[in-house]
Design a protein. Structure first.
Ligand code: ADP
Length: 272
């Protein structure tokens, strides 16, 4: 492809000769533009809850409120503060992941043990969501193979939780979410989360793992999304030598899966 942006230098020598140097700086310019976009996005994401918080603080200062009203405002403020905490924690996770190509820690992780807290957390989230919508999800966890996975426990856990969390948050109450482990025909181990949610149009799929990319801004924020979850998942799975697969059909649902290479999986050693 032709360069879109060139840096050109002209040298004039004493004897009248000219030297023209040109360098393709397209990639550099793109990286700089992405950095600027990122800073703008982060600022925007932080400013929104801050503005809301400031507004509530002023209300509390200026209005005569009864105890119940004060409680209500304080609860709303706590929600906004929590949102900022989640955002900052996701940003830190992402910057750590982007800083190095290998897992932060490498050990053999027992899959059943790893999946316990993921399932507990998912059931908690499902319950919280059904209190809002009045309709519970049908949440199903399939059997977990008795194997170990080589990698960083906390990174793997966050990748699994993110995918299950998304399925629950984007699937309206009454829908179904299936979390399953299976072996592909080529022997690789696959973790999959299938939902009966709204689905995602094909044109969005290639961009889903970009930082702050959202198909539906308002739905994402409403359900506590930071827009960073899939970027984190992508980095985690890449560092573990695997791949993220996404299949989706509008009106039918989505399936997100993580495929792990065979050399990262081993049978659980015999316990004595
Ligand atoms: P967010 O915090 O907004 O959920 P993610 O990076 O986790 O950020 O996801 C990016 C976007 O992908 C979401 O905003 C949403 O539009 C879409 N998305 C992710 N998972 C699903 C799903 N299971 N069903 C429908 N849309 C989804």
């Amino acid at each position: 492809a032709l360069p879109q942006k060139l840096a050109v230098q002209l040298h004039v020598y004493g004897d009248g000769r000219l030297l023209l140097l040109s360098r393709d700086v397209t990639a550099l310019a793109q990286a700089e533009a992405m950095r600027r976009d990122f800073v703008a996005n982060v600022s925007h994401e932080i400013r929104t809850p801050l503005t809301v918080l400031t507004g509530f603080i002023e209300t509390l200062q200026n209005l005569e409120l009864d105890a119940a009203e004060r409680e209500r405002y304080l609860a709303l403020m706590a929600g906004q503060a929590e949102r900022m905490q989640t955002l900052v924690s996701d940003l830190l996770t992402l910057s750590r992941l982007e800083g190095s190509p290998t897992p932060g820690f490498n050990e053999w992780v027992d899959l059943p043990l790893l999946m316990h807290p993921v399932e507990d957390e998912a059931r908690g989230l499902a319950q919280a969501l059904s209190m809002q919508s009045g309709r519970p999800h049908e949440l199903h966890f399939g059997p977990v193979p008795e194997v170990q996975l080589a990698g960083a426990r906390s990174e793997l856990r966050s990748a699994f939780s993110n995918l299950v969390g998304n399925a629950l948050r984007y699937t309206p109450g009454g829908g179904r979410v299936d979390v399953e482990w299976s072996q592909l025909p080529d022997g690789r181990l696959e973790f999959s989360v299938t939902d009966t949610g709204p689905g995602i149009a094909a044109e969005h799929l290639p961009r889903l793992t970009e930082r702050f990319y959202r198909v539906d801004q308002s739905r994402s924020r409403e359900t506590g999304g930071t827009g960073l979850g899939l970027a984190i998942v992508k980095h985690v799975i890449q560092r573990h030598g695997g791949e993220l697969r996404i299949a989706s059909a509008i009106g039918k649902g989505s399936r997100f899966s993580l495929v792990f290479p065979t050399n990262r999986v081993r049978a659980e050693p015999e316990r004595v």
